[in-house]
Design a protein around this ligand. Structure first.
Ligand SMILES: Cc1ncc(COP(=O)(O)O)c(C=O)c1O
Length: 380
């Protein structure tokens, strides 16, 4: 038995919703995707939500909507998952790696201003672990410099920053439902925007650029309200991708969305417990200025100067850990766009992600914290 790092929280309700899709014998892009998109829009209070098969696909399509000239540049934080930076490469654009703030691990405004050039067309802030990026400063700078803002919300769903929902600060927000995230659909993502024009430029390319989706065309086969002999006809006006969400994922998502507030609250309670129990540690400090009562975190972790020894010690106690993330400027593929990010380079060596999921028990939390104290006693 070991303490898991992340775990999806799934039950009979999700299975029942999947059974409903089986009963209808429709598991592709269909009415459940549409229902999940509406429910998500209602939850976030935004005009348009578009379901896709991952946040990676969502970030690709979000940038694609602006048809930037090839070779232009996109500002991304150095500490993030590769998908944030890949989105620019998929679009023939160049990532510009911006350093992070030491305390919040979100994109540094000072370095953003330093790295900005006239070739930059967009900025993609990441709410690292659920810690909001400084969106008011980012959107002000973006407005003054004609940059589009695409929020990578893979690590948080439902929280607000300065009274505005994360995901709605920029032109587009992209959420992830990958299995470890705040809520899951197995794999999946949602692209959200209040701009109808942008939504339109995202909807067609997510399904091969086809201007009518299968579900709508299929109803034309038999519906007596649609006596259009050309119901089967569609056109393609641009390069498209096979990035749609399917009804099986949406079935899970519909139920997960109903549980989301509770799951966010439960994760917040666990973080509060961790913080209270860890108060007297001297060399092992929380990675972020966690405010679990105000924001929704997906990740909990500590900074420790003896990172690798700590990981080994926790492993000996059967406690799973992770490191989020190796800065992208240090990853082979991205070295071609290397830029100086001294803070990221310095702090990531101390990162240890600790177990956080809604099923984590008090006993497991205590074991993790006791192990941290024992480690300090033995190693300092
Ligand atoms: C910051 C960030 N952006 C994007 C993604 C991509 O999400 P997905 O796995 O849904 O493609 C992840 C996934 O872990 C992530 O952490």
């Amino acid at each position: 038995m070991s303490v898991r790092l992340f775990a999806p929280y799934l039950g009979e309700e999700e299975l029942n919703e999947i059974r409903d899709s089986f009963a209808k014998s429709w598991i592709g892009l269909g009415e459940k995707v549409a229902a999940f998109e509406s429910a998500f829009s209602e939850y976030l209070n935004c005009k348009n939500s578009i379901g896709v098969n991952s946040a990676t696909a969502g970030l690709h399509l979000a940038l694609n909507a602006f048809k930037f000239n090839k070779g232009k540049k996109v500002l991304v934080p150095d500490i993030t998952f590769a998908s944030t930076a890949f989105a620019s490469v998929y679009n023939g654009l160049e990532p510009v790696f911006v350093d992070v703030n030491e305390d919040t691990v979100t994109i540094s405004i000072d370095d953003l201003i330093k790295k900005y050039s006239k070739d930059c067309v967009a900025v993609m802030p990441v709410h690292y672990g659920g810690q909001p990026a400084e969106m008011e400063k980012i959107t002000d700078f973006a407005r003054d410099n004609n940059l589009k803002v695409i929020e990578d919300c893979a690590h948080t769903i439902g929280a607000s920053y300065k009274d505005k929902k994360l995901g709605l600060w920029g032109e587009v927000g992209c959420f992830s439902f990958e299995e470890k995230k705040a809520m899951t659909t197995g794999d999946g993502g949602m692209i959200c925007t209040n701009d109808d024009g942008i939504a339109e430029r995202i909807r067609a390319p997510r399904w091969l650029g086809i201007d009518k989706d299968t579900y709508k065309r299929s109803s034309g086969y038999t519906s007596i309200n649609e006596l259009d002999v050309k119901h089967w006809y569609y056109d393609i006006n641009e390069l498209g991708f096979k990035y749609n969400m399917n009804d099986l994922s949406a079935a899970i998502g519909l139920v997960q969305l109903k549980k989301l507030d509770w799951m966010n609250k439960r994760r917040s309670e666990i973080i509060r417990k961790y913080l209270d129990l860890m108060k007297d540690l001297n060399y092992t400090k929380p990675i972020l200025p966690f405010e679990p009562e105000n924001y929704s975190y997906w990740l909990f972790g500590v900074r420790c100067g003896k990172r690798d020894e700590l990981i080994k010690y926790l492993k000996s106690k059967k406690i799973s850990t992770g490191v989020h993330y190796v800065p992208l400027t240090q990853v082979n593929y991205f070295k071609q766009w290397k830029s100086d990010c001294p803070v990221a380079e310095n702090i990531w060596n101390e990162f240890v992600t600790l177990p956080l999921h809604v099923m984590l028990t008090d006993k497991e939390i205590q074991l993790v914290v006791d192990s941290l104290y024992e480690f300090e006693k033995k190693n300092y």
